[in-house]
Design a protein around this ligand. Structure first.
Ligand code: AHR
Length: 507
């Protein structure tokens, strides 16, 4: 048994939580779109061909935002291919994933689905094979009310009101050697500046995200961010971060795997430092915010070098990572860490939504089910509302060879003044010891009552959900919580992720 304390105080706020932190990602890749969200022949398909079982699970997941249409796909995408009558749309080679793209889903179908689910769109423009001119035309098609050729084209496609897409990515991972038409930081920085400038002329209400490095361990990380922002600082609002967590060898311990929470915290803090250094050089009060627009566990289902595969298949099984309990613990811990960086991380997208490194899996013509990582995401998205409070954590820990001394407890606390509710998210990273946790909620009401408490844990850290056993790993009630005024005590299971929701009963 280990003991830990978590204390927050109403007056010690980090920031208001931006609910866009609970975003996901849908790319034209593998079976994410085709036989993922869209399958016209499926028994649950709606009139537009979208699988209603997947729509329902997406709603249950609580995703607030969705990034589209890629990813690497975006760098070769011609948006014109995906609008207008479906039977006249071209079939293209997708060089990003060596697949055939039928364009049966495009901007208007996707937006209709996105609105039905209730998610905010985050669209991207192709800064690989195309550039500023295409981007301003695409934005005019999407967001201009009418009276111009491109806005009238949209209206002729049956979409009378503008889509009003507010958030746009200026390309994707433009530093990556795998990217279609990779750029140097100076080439990309200039292009992002000029593209952003034109896009803002078309619609001054939009927000823009520039590409950061495609990973923290890219050799050019830091230099890339600095050079890119040197060019486009004035025109962009966000800088992107991408992170895929790995377990490098079968001997890698679960503790080291879970220590990636801290390396990603450092990634965020280092990126803020670089962005603020650019601001400092310009004597600028502007602060660039972060868009962590691709993040997840991804190491088992990695395609070979250059993503190459034979035969240009349609909707092949690509990146179909099957997640276990260990992965779910890391996802839960990452969410607590990102919440604790809510002052600078304003947007985040779990990559991706369905089949392709996704929390939802489907069988073509068959069922859809929740992967293990679905659960911490859904519970956090459901309960994290309001203001993030600064957590003071006292916990025993261990020495990780790469990250140094780390606490077993990872936690975040979010308070919603409107409802009086406080949500506590806590990960016990001790793999064999229970944790006696005392939580003190100062200034949030003299007495508290329990609203809900759930835990995610399983005797087998390698356990997965599957079509045959869709609920093998699922949250269960967390009991035994003792409340004493503004304090609560609870015993957390070893290797468990937990959520406890409290409500003040007296001010
Ligand atoms: O999410 C899968 C791929 O990972 C995306 O297309 C790309 O942006 C990243 O490298």
């Amino acid at each position: 048994m280990i003991e830990a304390q978590l204390t927050v105080d109403r007056d010690f706020e980090i920031a208001a939580l931006d609910r866009r932190l609970f975003g996901v990602f849908v790319e034209h890749l593998g079976r994410c779109v085709y036989t993922g969200i869209y399958e016209p022949d499926h028994p649950t398909a709606d009139a537009d061909g979208f699988r209603q079982d997947v729509t329902e699970l997406t709603r249950e997941l609580g995703a607030t935002l969705v990034r589209y249409p890629g990813g690497n796909f975006m760098s070769g995408y011609d948006w014109e291919d995906g609008v207008g009558p479906k039977d006249q749309r071209p079939t293209r080679l997708d060089l990003a994933w060596f697949s055939t793209e039928t364009n049966q889903v495009g901007t208007n179908e996707f937006m209709a689905w996105c609105e039905r689910v209730g998610m905010t769109p985050m669209f991207g423009v192709n800064l690989g094979t195309r550039g500023a001119d295409e981007a301003r035309q695409y934005l005019e098609y999407c967001n201009h009310p009418g009276g111009t050729t491109r806005s009238e084209l949209r209206r002729s496609h049956g979409v009378d009101a503008p889509h009003a897409i507010k958030l746009w990515c200026l390309g994707n991972e433009m530093d990556g050697p795998w990217q279609i038409c990779r750029k140097t930081p100076d080439e990309y920085g200039r292009l992002a500046l000029e593209t952003g400038k034109l896009m803002r002329m078309v619609d001054p209400t939009i927000e823009l995200a520039a590409c950061g490095s495609s990973a923290y361990d890219m050799p050019s990380y830091g230099v890339w961010e600095d050079r890119v922002l040197e060019h486009c600082f004035d025109v962009v609002d966000y800088l992107s971060l991408h992170s895929y967590f790995v377990k490098p060898t079968s001997d890698t311990s679960t503790e080291s795997f879970l220590a990636q929470i801290e390396s990603n915290a450092r990634y965020i803090e280092a990126t803020v430092a670089v962005a603020d250094a650019v601001a400092a050089r310009r004597h600028s009060a502007k602060r660039i915010m972060l868009s962590f627009d691709e993040w997840n566990v991804w190491y088992r289902a990695r395609p070979g070098e250059h993503m190459k595969q034979e035969g240009w298949p349609q909707a092949p099984r690509l990146l179909e990572e099957v997640y276990n309990v260990e992965d779910a613990l890391l996802i839960g811990g990452m969410l607590t860490m990102m919440i604790n960086h809510a002052d600078r991380v304003k947007v985040a997208c779990l990559a991706q939504l369905v089949n392709v490194i996704g929390p939802i899996m489907t069988t073509p013509g068959g069922p859809a089910w929740r992967q293990t990582i679905f659960h911490p995401f859904a519970l956090t998205a459901r309960h994290a509302h309001g203001t993030v409070l600064r957590p003071v954590i006292r916990s025993p820990g261990w020495i990780d060879p790469k990250q140094g001394e780390l606490p077993y407890l990872c936690a975040s606390v979010v308070h919603d003044a409107a409802s009086g509710r406080t949500a506590i998210f806590a990960l016990n990273r001790h793999l064999s010891e229970e944790m006696d946790l005392t939580v003190t909620l100062r200034g949030l009401g003299l007495t508290q009552e329990l609203v809900e408490a759930q835990q995610l844990q399983h005797a087998d850290l390698q356990a997965c959900n599957s079509e045959a056993e869709p609920d093998k790993v699922t949250p269960v009630p967390l009991s035994g919580i003792v409340i004493d005024g503004d304090q609560l005590r609870v015993r957390l299971h070893p290797a468990s992720w937990n959520v406890i929701v409290m409500k003040a009963t007296s001010p």
